[in-house]
Each structure stands twice: as structure tokens, then as C-alpha cells.
Design a protein around this ligand. Structure first.
Ligand SMILES: NC(=O)CC[C@H](N)C(=O)O
Length: 216
């Protein structure tokens, strides 16, 4: 099971607007009004920033857009960007996107583990999650089968931080051939993160959805 694409995509569809020019100039007025609603940065108050680290998933853009729809400034950065540079942007949280690679493959994109020790919450999905699990001592293997497409997800864990406020039954889209067969046991960090793990109830293997680290 991979990313909860339903929760990323569905609200987008309902927000698509057509903005054709009107003879009375109403489109221009509409745009001015929308612009005023968008939170803007001022030198006095820098906006909260959520970084989306792009590992090659087509939906990295969707992740960033959903964060912005939650009225939080979001920036997509390449996974090759040095972690120090990411942290220099002073992010409030970091999201690791999915990607087509396998973490155990030669030349697969990697990430400096320093990112998990910086005191910034990190959320990983799909490839980002698998990279995170591996970096923190877990194991990711090939399942021997590729699974792709629409899937029903049931949130079974009560009080899950990751799924708080989302429906118990959800439709998601998955695309994976790897799975986390063993979760990290302990954090390498002197200040251990609080783990939050989510797994769909219908998963036949330990193909976890996502991990997040929350600094205490
Ligand atoms: N959706 C993804 O990010 C896929 C990650 C990984 N390549 C897998 O097949 O499991």
C-alpha cells in the first residue's frame, strides 16, 4: 500500500475553477479577491514552510498543492539538495515523496540521515517512507509482485495521528513492488522520535503506508 492519493486528489477536483475573461472584467476582480485570501510572506513574519522532497513521484506536485490548500507555504526541493540547505529554509515539517526507485537498488536516491535528527517532523510516503525505514534500521524488500491501482483502505488504529480527521474507509491509489518487512526498532538519534505507523487492514504484507517522526 502506498500513498493515500484519494485524500490528495479528491478535494482538488471540486476546486477546479474556470476563469475565462468576461466582458465586464469580473474575472480580473475575482482574481484580485482570491489573491487577497492567500497567505503572503512579509519580511516581518516569514511563513511556515513545509518542504516536499521530490524523489521522482509524479504526485510530488499534488502533495505540495494539498499543503498549500491547507494554507501553508510549501516548496518542492530535489532529493539531491544537501540536508543543510533544506534545513536552512527553516521548515516546520518535511514530507518525503514517493518515487520509482527501490531503496536497495544501486544508485537509488538517498538522503542524509541528519534530516531525522534535526528536530523537524518528517513524514515519508511510498519511496520516502521506505527510505526513512531503511535509514532508521528497518528492512525493505521486494515483495515479488507489483501492485498497482485503486485500493480500499480501512483505518484500524484509533487515535492515529496520521489519519486523524479522515474517514475510516478510504479509497487510495497504490503503486509498489517493495514493502517494509521489518520496522525500525529504535531511533539512532540521541533524542528519539515518537513513531507513528499506519498500515491498511487489508495489506497482506507489511507494505506500510507511511512513517512520521515527531520530535518530542
Ligand atoms: N510508489 C512508490 O514510491 C514506489 C516505491 C517503490 N519503488 C516500490 O515499488 O515499492
Amino acid at each position: 500500500m502506498c500513498v493515500d492519493m484519494a485524500s490528495i486528489m479528491s478535494p482538488l477536483e471540486s476546486k477546479v475553477q474556470t476563469c475565462g475573461p468576461a466582458a465586464d472584467g469580473s474575472t480580473a476582480r475575482h482574481h484580485r479577491r482570491k489573491a487577497a485570501e492567500v497567505p503572503s510572506a512579509s519580511p516581518a513574519a516569514a511563513p511556515d514552510t513545509v518542504l516536499v522532497v521530490d524523489f521522482g513521484a509524479q504526485y510530488a506536485q499534488l502533495i505540495a498543492r494539498r499543503v498549500r490548500e491547507a494554507r501553508v507555504y510549501s516548496e518542492i526541493v530535489p532529493s539531491t539538495m544537501p540536508v543543510a540547505e533544506m534545513l536552512a529554509k527553516n521548515p516546520k515539517a518535511i514530507i518525503l515523496s514517493g518515487g520509482p526507485s527501490s531503496v536497495y537498488a544501486e544508485g537509488a536516491p538517498s538522503l542524509d540521515s541528519a534530516i531525522f535528527e534535526a528536530g523537524v517532523p518528517v513524514f515519508g510516503m511510498c519511496y520516502g517512507f521506505q527510505l526513512m525505514a531503511t535509514a532508521l534500521g528497518g528492512t525493505v524488500d521486494n515483495t515479488g509482485a507489483r501492485e498497482y491501482g485503486r485500493t480500499a483502505l480501512t483505518v484500524t488504529k484509533q487515535g492515529s495521528t496520521l489519519f486523524a480527521g479522515t474517514p475510516e474507509e478510504q479509497q487510495v491509489w497504490m503503486s509498489h513492488g517493495d514493502a517494509c518487512s521489518q520496522a525500525p526498532r529504535a531511533s539512532p538519534s540521541p533524542r528519539p522520535p515518537k513513531w507513528s505507523r499506519s498500515r491498511p487492514s487489508n495489506a497482506t504484507s507489511a507494505s506500510c503506508t507511511a512513517y512520521s517522526t515527531t520530535p518530542r
